[in-house]
Ligand binder design. Structure first.
Ligand code: GAP
Length: 493
């Protein structure tokens, strides 16, 4: 897959726009358009339903983005959430020190009368043998020595801009969960193991954002902190290690259930020097993005690091009382942490297909029905016929009470179908002359409409009064199209 294809579809069909585009755009911030916001909400809704509402051992939380600044001291973000960066003394561009050799570099070659060449990443000049020492972007400036750059966005709380009022936009949602651990425990009387989930915005002043919504400065996370008693064992293994493996399996299975091909995902075990300062073990789920295998989400064993740190800095006890052993325990934490935007991108990439239908290119988003932005499109075969249009609007109003449904009569039927295919609408309902009849010819309508299924493009003729039941089976019960096709006659394409 080519990222440009997805970027172009996203803009054209209203999934994603560049933020503040009319002012030239804001670096690496994105706005989700009419279809994008539906898809994104569906991803979050399904994740919340599957990992919070359907599980007996999970509860939810929605913590504030601005938190007490000591949170970030305790969590280690003020001291450790940094990237080494270098600046060009000439053009003032800034690069991550560890990535500066991973990009092509501009070279004014002595051996070719100072002519300018772009040399591929990591290679030397074939004419003079030089290696890159200057700025890769302008080819002229020297780079400064690496300096640590904190990725948190700083701001001020209240009207006075002074050191005492400094606070940060949260770089992860996780800390909102840790500082509320005892509140949730007291309010819900939970026993270990149990988890707290949260979906929300996070902000990072990334030095090298890019690859569309893959790495941006404002993004959303879906995070779980799953608290486990480290003294317990399951199947002869420490309970935290056992829970870690279960969560890795559950997350991978979840992405597969909603559409990612199994061979487009792989696991990456962090080596010792890759591990974050708080982690005992971390496994990433990588996805085969167009720029290569990259992190879709991470599942970390954060041990008791965060709870102990917050207990130390706040002076409050953050423990759970083990009734059986009669002891206070600081739970270990397994943290499945997924980016909503990366999940969005992966689902979009995996769903995108181009195919040829009767000599014409068809672009279709084979999105899972639960994720599709629009579930049903009601389309009139002839928009000149008032009864057809009126019936179409009435059907849309009826179906929209339960499912996201649109009405569209702005093109001929073939074009209308293609438009719905391109945004992944699984079902189209077409109202035609046979549905409403023809009063001039004294012909009564049959009261039936055509339902077209997106993937096989099969069509069934269904009485209007059966629509509610048919879509309840398809969209609420998740029944296969084949089940429905047994009950109704095929319609001509
Ligand atoms: N609480 C743990 C944590 O934040 P992380 O690996 O830094 O761990 C978790 O982030 C997930 O958040 C990533 O796997 C990715 O999906 C998403 N994410 C992180 N930085 C991002 C960025 N700049 N843009 C978009 N998504 C990002």
């Amino acid at each position: 897959m080519n990222m440009d294809v997805i970027v172009s579809l996203s803009k054209r069909r209203g999934f994603i726009f560049q933020s503040s585009e009319i002012y030239g755009g804001t670096g690496s911030c994105w706005d989700y358009g009419p279809f994008g916001v539906e898809l994104k909400n569906n991803i979050k809704r399904v994740w919340w339903r599957d990992f919070v509402q359907r599980r007996p051992d999970m509860v939810g939380l929605d913590a504030s983005i601005l938190m007490h600044p000591t949170v970030w001291k305790a969590s280690g973000h003020i001291d450790n959430f940094t990237d080494p960066m270098v600046d060009c003394r000439e053009c003032k561009r800034r690069f991550r020190a560890d990535q500066v050799d991973e990009r092509p570099w501009l070279h004014y070659c002595e051996a070719a009368k100072g002519n300018k060449f772009e040399i591929p990443a990591g290679e030397t000049c074939q004419r003079c043998g030089a290696r890159r020492t200057l700025c890769p972007e302008c080819g002229k400036g020297e780079l400064t020595a690496p300096r640590q750059f904190n990725l948190m966005f700083k701001t001020f709380m209240g009207p006075v801009e002074e050191d005492a009022s400094v606070t940060y936009l949260r770089p992860e949602t996780a800390q909102g969960i840790f500082v509320n651990f005892d509140n949730v425990l007291q309010a819900t009387r939970r026993k270990l193991p149990f988890g707290i989930a949260q979906i929300g915005k996070a902000f990072r002043n990334e030095i090298t954002p890019g690859n569309f919504i893959f790495r941006s400065r404002e993004f959303e996370q879906m995070e779980i902190e799953y608290f486990v008693n480290p003294h317990d064992t399951v199947d002869g293994r420490p309970a935290d290690e056992h829970a870690h493996d279960r969560w890795i399996e559950a997350c991978r299975a979840w992405f597969e259930e909603y559409g990612l091909a199994p061979d487009h995902m792989r696991l990456h075990e962090h080596a010792g020097d890759e591990l974050a300062h708080y982690a005992k073990r971390t496994v990433d789920i990588l996805y085969q993005f167009p720029m290569g295998w990259s992190e879709l989400m991470g599942i970390a064993n954060r041990t008791d690091f965060d709870l102990k740190q917050h207990a130390k800095f706040s002076g409050k006890s953050l423990t759970w009382f083990d009734e059986d052993r009669k002891e206070q325990v600081v739970p270990y934490v397994i943290e499945p942490s997924a980016g909503v935007d990366r999940a969005f991108l992966a689902f979009l990439l995996d769903a995108y297909q181009e195919e040829e239908v009767r000599g014409e290119k068809r672009v279709v988003l084979r999105l899972h029905r639960e994720l599709a932005p629009i579930k049903i499109a009601v389309l009139p075969l002839l928009k000149k016929r008032g009864e057809i249009v009126a019936r179409g609007h009435a059907l849309r109003d009826l179906l929209a009470r339960r499912w996201t449904t649109v009405y569209d009569d702005t093109a001929a039927i073939g074009r209308l179908y293609r438009r719905q295919d391109e945004v992944g609408t699984p079902y189209c309902v077409t109202v035609d002359v046979k549905t409403v009849g023809d009063a001039d010819k004294s012909e009564a309508g049959d009261g039936k409409v055509t339902i077209r299924e997106r993937d096989a493009m099969e069509q069934l003729r269904v009485p209007m009064e059966a629509l509610d039941g048919v879509f309840a089976r398809l969209l609420d019960e998740g029944r296969a199209w084949g089940d429905i096709a047994r009950d109704f006659p095929r319609a001509e394409r």
